[in-house]
Each structure stands twice: as C-alpha cells, then as structure tokens.
Design a protein around this ligand. Sequence first.
Ligand code: PEP
Ligand code: MG
Length: 316
Amino acid sequence: ARRAALAASSGPGATSDGHKVPLLANVGGPADVPAAVDAGAEGVGLFRTEFLFLDDSKQAPSEEKQVEVYRQVLEAFPEGRVVVRVLDAGADKPLDFLTPADEPNPALGVRGLRSLLDHPDVLRTQLTALSKAAEGLPVYLEVMAPMVADRTDAKAFADACREAGLNAKFGAMVEIPSAALRARSILQEVEFLSLGTNDLAQYTFAADRQVGAVSRLQDPWQPALLDLVAMAAEAAGAEGKSCGVCGEAASDPLLACVLTGLGVTSLSMGAASIPYVRATLAKFSLAQCERAAAAARAADTAEGARSAAQAVLSGE
Ligand code: PEP
Ligand code: MG
C-alpha cells in the first residue's frame, strides 16, 4: 500500500485542499541532479556550492570552472527555481584560504557570509560566475547567503549582488536565532528567507551539530525551534515574501506538514525524501496542518510536539 501511495505521488507539492508547497531538492552539485529530477523536484531549494570549493582548500575554483558547474545545475530545471547558496566555509567546512586557523570556537567565528565579506574578491567571482551561468536560461535564479545575523549582513550581501549585476532574487538564510527574531528587519534588504534548521537548532540550543552527546537538543521538533520558524514565516508573510525550509526538518513528512501549518512556503530536502513528503502533505488540508502546528507549539518537549501533531493529523 505504501508503494502504491508513493507511485501515485507525483506532481507539485500541495495539501489536500490545493495549498501549494513547492517541493525542492538539496543538491551539492551536478551529480545530485538526476535523482532530484527523478523524484519530481520542482527545482533546487539549496545548492550547497561549498563542495566545489572543498576540492582545493588553497584557492577558489576559477570563474570559468564555476560557470561550468553552476550551468549544469541550472540547465536541469528549465522554468524551475534554483536557489544557490554562496560559499558556506568555516566551522565544519574550513578552507585554508578563507578560514582563520586559530579560532577558539569555529562555529562562532568567521564562517559563512562572514568569511565572504572578509574576502570580497571570492564573493564577487562567485556572483559573477552565477550571473554568467544563468545567462540565456529560462530559470528562476535565487541566490542566498548563509549565516546572516542581522540587517547589516543582509544589506552587505544584497549590495554585493547588485554590484555584480546579478539578475536574480537575493535572499538570506535564517540559521542564527537573531535572524529569526528580527526577520522583518532583514526582509527590508532581501526578497526571501530560507530556514537552515540544522544550524538554527545548533545556535538556539548551544548544541554542536557534530556532537552526538547533545543530539537531543538538535531535534527539529523542539518547540523553541518551531517558535523561531513561526516567527520568520510570519514576518515573511507580513512582507508578502517567501520563507522556505532547507534544513533536515523538511525531510520528515509529519514535520513538513507542521512547517506548512506554521506558514513556511516551500520545502527543500534530499531527493529521496520528496515522494514521502509529497504523499503525506497531500493527505491533509492546510487547516489541519495549522492545527497540528498549533498543537506542536503548545508542547514542552520535542517528543510531546511530535505526538501532539500526530494526534491531530490522525484525527485522535
Ligand atoms: C542548515 O544549517 O540547516 C543548512 C541547510 O545548511 P548546512 O546544513 O549546509 O549548514
Ligand atoms: Mg547551515
């Protein structure tokens, strides 16, 4: 029965009453594209460009090399959306030419957008390469920055995009609690938000995502995390802008329904999860998702949030 349900699951993501929630794929490069296309991804919600940089930690790949790789991903989704994240180096992904060697707390140091603002040449080359890669393609290119902390960060990124002449929407990832708390202010500078729930959980709970001993606090069902998601989604809704999720949270079918109920406008995940999320979302109305979201937020624990949402959606 599960197989039949999955086989029947195709087409755009939507709730049972037709509220559209585009289902997008997380990719690390062209090698991940065929699986995304096979799963019926409506585009890419997170292109982690750092994989291209990790091949050589001494220098950035040439502009030509970058154009070639970006173009292969962009070409695969004609008329679709492709959200490219600029280089997220540092912390668990150090690069010799960008990341200071002597940081006591790399996760709290110069990483993500911070390292790009310290190396504007690297950012400029990447934005120019993206601009050239998208030239003449019928794709909706969106470019976002990792680790945006506040409006100053968002403005610096948007300015760099404009200076590079990039014809795309510019966005900010919400993966630091300050960005969720002040989402409305960040949205004065950028056109969309994307929640990186892996880092958002790490920074909200002061729980290193690489340390298994604190994994309880990395659970995306934690009500405090749901509160921050709701805050960002509400701010985006009030500004008439979109707010997706591209962290692991989006790949849990039940949580995907809750995120939809919180006002998240698209979900991006590993391609293998797309059919499951699509099939589950199609079973419930937006109103049911909203009730499940409210029940989850009313809980005090991750476990409690999960079972409260489950109870609402199974009609208990
Ligand atoms: C996240 O932090 O949730 C995210 C999507 O980015 P990454 O996992 O690449 O840090
Ligand atoms: Mg992240």
